[in-house]
Every structure is written in C-alpha cells, then in structure tokens.
Design a protein around this ligand. Structure first.
Ligand code: F6R
Length: 613
C-alpha cells in the first residue's frame, strides 16, 4: 500500500526521503513522488510512474535542495497509476500533501471546492485535501488549525502530511485509520507510515493514535488528540535492526524469509515455555490477567485476512481437537459487515502480520462493541494498531517481513496459535502428557524445518513442470486443507498461475471435472489418520489422467510413477505437520515464480500492508 516519508531538518532531505521510499518499496506501489521547500521558500516537486529508482534518477539529474519535504509511494485506488495522479498533490502552489487511505466523501468535497474556483488536475481523492486546506487557510490562523478543521470534514481513512511553503519549517500530520509514526532526531524530526523508512536516521519513535493531529518542526513535536487536547505519545527505541531491510546473500527477500523460518520460530518460542508449560505472560496486555482470561473462555472467534486467515483455519482444527474449545473463523471483511451472534465467554482473536490491516482492525473494533469477553491479537509488529487496541497481544518474533508474500509471519503465527491452544487446553482437561507432547513437537520444529529446507533443490527441479501451466489445484484434508489453501495463494500471488485449493474429499462434488494433463494437482500428504482417505482421492485424480505432485511423509508409502512425482518430506509429529508442510509449498511457488520471471518480492497489483478496505 501507499508509503509516506517526511522530514524537517537543517540539512537537505532529498536523499533521506528517497531512501525512505526505497525502504517502503516492499509495501507495493505504482508511482512515487517527492516535494521539498527550497531555501527561497519555493515548492519543488518531482513525480514518476514506476519504481522509486525512476524518481531517484530524476532527483539525481535535478538535485532538490531544502530541509523540509514529503515523499510518497502510491498504490492506486482512485485514478489510474500515472504521474499526474502520483503524490504529492499541490494547491495554489502553496500547499503540498501526501496521503494514505481513502477520502470516501471526496466527490462531495470536490464539488464544493470547484464552486470555490479550485481546478483539479488529478483523478485522486487526495487532491481534495490539498485544496480544502488551502481554502481553510484563508480564514484559519495556522496550518495546524486548518488541518484540524479539514479533518472534521473527511469521511474515510487517512494518514496525511501537509506542508505550506509560506511556513517552511513545519509539517502537519493527521492520522485516522492509516498508521503514522514520528521519528525523533537531534535538531531534526521525521515521520513515516512505517518505521522501516526511518531506520537510517533515527531509532526513537512514537506512534500517533487514531484522530491525532501533530505539528512537527526541527525542535518540537506537538500532538493533539481528536478533541484538540495537547497529548503526549510515548516514544520508544526501535528493536528492529537497521539492516532488516537488506537481502543479504539471497536473491529475493522472500527466499531470505523462507530460510529465516527456523530462527523466527526459535525466537517466537524463546522464554515462553517453562517446564513444558506455556508461559501465559506471552499473551500479556496492559492491566489484564491473561492467565485468568484464557481460563475463563468457552469459545474462540478468529478473524483475519489472506494468509493470516489460513493460519486461523488451522487453529480451528487445533482448538477443537486438542483444547476441546469451540472455534469459529471468519474473513474480516465479511465479519465486519454482517450481524453475528456472540457466544458467552467468547475470546476474539485477530491474526495479522502487519497489525494494520484495515478490515481486521475494523472487525476488532466491532467485536469490542458487540461484547466479546476479551480480545487477543497474534501479531508481528510491536506498537501496531491491532496490538495497541487489543486487550492482549501475542507477538510473533518473525522479524521484519519485506516480501509481499507472507512466509515466516505465517509459520510463526501457527506457532503462536499452537501455544494459545495449549494454554487454553490446560484449563479444559488437556492432559499434562498431551501438553508435554505438543510442547515437545513445537520445540522440534526449527530442526525439522531445516530438514525440509534441504529439499530445495528437488523442489526447484519440480518447478520446471509448471512453466507452461495456467491453472493448478491444491489438495489437502483436515488441518492440511488450510495449508493447501495457503499453497494455492502463494502460487497465484507470485507466479500469477491460477491456483485453487480444495479439501480433497470435495473433489468429486465438482472440481474433478477440471482434471486433465494441463492441470497439475499438488497434494500435501502427512502420515495421519486421513492418509488412506487421501490416497483414494489421489486415485480419483489418477483415473482422470491428472498429473500429481505429492509432498508425502516418508512413511506414507507414496512412490513416483508416470502420473505422480513424489517429494518425500521427513516424518514429523502430527501436531506440527501443518507448519512443516507449508515450507515445500512456499519453495515451490518461489521457484515457479523465478521461472516465470515475475517480480517475486513485489508482485503486480499487491501491497504488503492493506490499510484500506
Ligand atoms: C499473502 C499475504 C496477505 C496477507 C493479508 C493480511 O501472502 O501476505 O494475504 O496475509 O493481506 O495481512 P496481515 O497479516 O498483515 O493482516
């Protein structure tokens, strides 16, 4: 999604802004732009369609001087990707604006502003912010006052930064629905939509809260809440490392992140298991007794989107099978717009890598109104909106995930969800033996994943078969069904091959009609209670001339032949099989994408953190 960087400094800030945008590239975008106020108090603006490098080249060819500036990567919502729709947008040659989110009532505001004589030069919703602030400045005493007044007229979501060339050492920022973080420097201050952008210049950050408006100068940051009261927002030192944004020896972030999974899982488990028991402090929240809440709940409602939704689907199997607690799982964008029933003593669990996904956040807010007993988020980004707004948070310790296709965030979510299952099950009759068994399975994961990663060469060879394919089918049963769904999502998002996932038992109810030699069928087959059922489904495909690629437990007795290529996956405990079988599917989609020559880390049309609904 769109990215924002801003700076007020004595030094020239063009390089800081462009580097900041580079560090936000992973979020997905189609154009980029920068505006800087120079020493003669003139606005200079450069915008380019395409990569940040295009913008960097343009800025190198025509260097921009000046210490106050804003920059943006745009992911089109209103108006096609183009230079004229790229941000910053300017009004009356005085005001420059960048914006993340959507101003839903932009048409209405636009009509009013046209009546006031404003001429619109883009098809974006953002341009109304620039003209409205300019218009209000005719009567308001300061940029801050004009922005505060303008915000009252906006319906929708925004993280926005505004500057006025007549007041050249000040930025005004406003947050409602789209995250913004302030970065504190010495004699200079910064802001961004994601702290990753600012790690080269500062490590001290404060997150704005919903409804905050702030003015930022070189020496001061003044924050006002939605009622206009001056407030303090805690500044904290970033834990994430400066080079988290580097690919290291890997060709792509995605590959690096796939290989980081043993470490990410180790970090997620560290200090959270004491004497084979889950330390419920891992689920802590301000002023809440996590231990008691997990004891009291009788039902779990999980809400998430995309890959995170798939981890929630696995958790449903686990919670009902191991903890004996009923569980529902729903896509956030559906949950938030339907009337739902809230069972007694129900815990609302959101799952999110970014912690900023607009639909998931809206679902959490709705859930609080509906009367869930408590809320817990399983999240990878400390300080994110979901973490701050939930009663409890379990932080996955995957580290920064840059590749748009989620990998290590997913497997660490599953680790967190299994820990939650054990922590809840403990009070619902889960035997100490089973608790110990599940904990030991979790502890064995990093080494097991290393074994699976050693299959990379075989999987790379398999990927060749997909080069000319346009469709594919993923099959799994039980808790492997969501893993099949996750495999299909990975393949479609980075290789652009159409991929569907089915619970293997559903095959004969329709999708069997699709089977032919041009439709590769990928099967995940751990050696569990369902293996014989799955083998029957495999025979159904074989009988229709389908070609299969089976990731099978070494003990499951699958053998390669003319119709089936088998990759033997090292045997693992049943409980952790969903995590283990995710890895080969991640590698398969990665290698297919390499053959297809797609942009693996920033697949077309996609964004890393989906902050608009
Ligand atoms: C796919 C992917 C997305 C996200 C989804 C939710 O690889 O990454 O499907 O899982 O956009 O994002 P988070 O987890 O940040 O809420």
């Amino acid at each position: 999604m769109c990215g924002i960087v801003g700076a007020v400094a004595q030094r020239d800030v063009a390089d800081i802004l462009v580097e900041g945008l580079r560090r936000l590239e992973y979020r997905g975008y189609d154009s980029a732009g920068v505006a800087i106020i120079n020493n003669d108090n003139e606005l200079q603006r450069v915008r380019r369609l395409g990569k940040v490098q295009e913008l960097a080249d343009a800025v190198n060819n025509n260097p921009l001087s000046g210490g106050t500036g804003i920059a943006h990567t745009r992911w089109a919502t209103h108006g096609v990707p183009s230079e004229e729709n790229a941000h910053p947008h300017i009004s009356s040659n005085n005001i420059a604006v960048v914006h993340n989110g959507i101003i839903e009532n932009h048409q209405e505001l636009k009509n009013l502003l046209i009546e006031q004589g404003y001429v619109f030069t883009s098809q974006t919703d953002t341009e109304v912010i620039a003209h409205l602030v300019d218009h209000l400045l005719k009567t308001e005493a300061s940029l801050l006052a004009a922005v505060q007044k303008a915000c009252k007229q906006f319906i929708g979501a925004y993280g926005t930064v505004i500057m006025d060339r007549r007041d050249p050492e000040r930025l005004v920022v406003a947050r409602s629905g789209s995250p913004l973080v302030i970065g504190y420097g010495l004699g200079e201050n910064f802001l961004a939509s994601d702290m990753m952008a600012l790690l080269p210049v500062t490590r001290k950050f404060a997150f704005l809260e919903e409804g905050d408006v702030a003015e930022i100068t070189r020496f001061e940051v003044n924050i006002f809440d939605k009622k206009g009261n001056a407030v303090e927002r805690d500044a904290t030192e970033a834990q994430v490392s400066h080079d988290a944004g580097d690919k290291g020896e890997y060709r792509h972030y995605m590959l690096k992140e796939i290989y980081e999974q043993p470490t990410a899982i180790r970090n997620t488990l560290e200090n959270r298991i004491i004497d084979n028991q889950i330390n419920t402090e891992a689920f802590a929240g301000d002023g809440v007794n996590a231990d008691q809440i997990l004891k009291d709940i009788d039902h779990v409602q999980i809400i998430a989107c995309g890959t995170s939704y798939h981890s929630g689907m696995v958790a449903r199997y686990w919670l009902e099978q191991y903890a004996g607690v009923s569980c529902n799982i729903e896509i956030a964008s559906e949950f938030r717009y339907r009337k739902s029933f809230v069972p007694k003593n129900a815990l609302l669990v959101t799952i999110s890598q970014s912690g900023e996904t607009a639909d998931t956040l809206a679902a959490l807010r709705l859930g609080k109104e509906l009367g869930y007993a408590s809320s817990l988020t399983i999240c990878n980004v400390p300080g994110s909106s979901l973490v701050r707004e939930s009663d409890m948070a379990f932080m996955t310790k995957a580290g920064a995930e840059i590749g748009v296709a989620s990998t290590k965030a997913f497997t660490t979510q599953l680790v967190g969800l299994m820990m939650m299952t054990i922590a809840i099950g403990k009070n619902k009759g889960m035997t100490p033996e089973l608790q110990q068994e599940l904990v030991q399975s979790l502890m064995s994961l990093p080494a097991k994943i290393d074994e699976v990663l050693a299959l990379a060469k075989d999987i790379e060879a398999l990927a060749e078969d997909f080069a000319d394919k346009h469709h594919s089918l993923f099959l799994g049963r039980g808790d492997q069904y969501p893993i099949a769904m996750e495999g299909a999502l990975k393949l479609k998002e980075i290789s652009y091959i159409h991929a569907e996932a089915y619970a293997a038992g559903e095959l004969k109810h329709g999708p069997l009609a699709l089977i032919d030699a041009d439709m590769p069928v990928i099967v995940v087959a751990p050696n569990n209670d369902l293996i014989e059922k799955l083998k029957s489904n495999v025979e159904e495909v074989r009988a229709r001339g389908g070609l299969m690629y089976v990731f099978a437990d070494t003990d499951a007795k699958f053998a390669s032949d003319d119709t089936m290529k088998v990759i033997q996956v090292p045997h693992c405990d049943e409980a952790i099989a969903p995590i283990v079988y995710t890895l080969p599917l991640q590698l398969l989609s990665y290698y297919v994408a390499i053959i297809k020559g797609t942009d693996v880390d920033q697949p077309r049309n996609l964004a890393k953190s989906v902050t608009v609904e």
